[in-house]
Design a protein around this ligand. Sequence first.
Ligand code: NI
Length: 184
Amino acid sequence: MIYPIQIIGCPVLRKIAPDITPDYPNLPQLIADLYETLEVTEGVGLAAPQVGVSVRVFVIDASPFADEDPSMANFRRTFINAHIEERMGDKEYFNEGCLSIPGIHEDVLREPKIRMRYVDEQFQPHVEEFEGIAARIIQHEYDHLDGMLFTDRVSPLRKQLLKSKLNAIQKGRFKANYRYKMAR
Ligand code: NI
């Protein structure tokens, strides 16, 4: 099933998503639906809160970045109950966008390397380090689990300049070539 994308202003995007247990109902279906939705929206990552499901699950398909980094060609990963344990290195800028904030792109500062604890689809625990584009996408999706959006992370000046644009989006003044859901 392809979910509609929750747009900035929807309360679920500001909630802290809880961990789930192995008996969480229909988890394989949720994960399959996240990948299907990611594919049609042509995104590189999608977090469950973005489809209105407040749980600590996100999926990434970084293959569009294969030109820049060949190791991303097969980077298709599911992260459940993710918790970043450490962020390492000097912060770097990277231009980000988000399906939940259509039409907006901003340079965002983030650390280039992280260590993250998570469980996979079989609920096997992992602690893994990521860097480069993977670390970038993971940190963006991870923020969604903590009720944060990339526009929260821009400079105070950029934030001021963005204000009216974000308000316009919340009033429905945007274009998106995928199904979406606005706050009531
Ligand atoms: Ni996003």
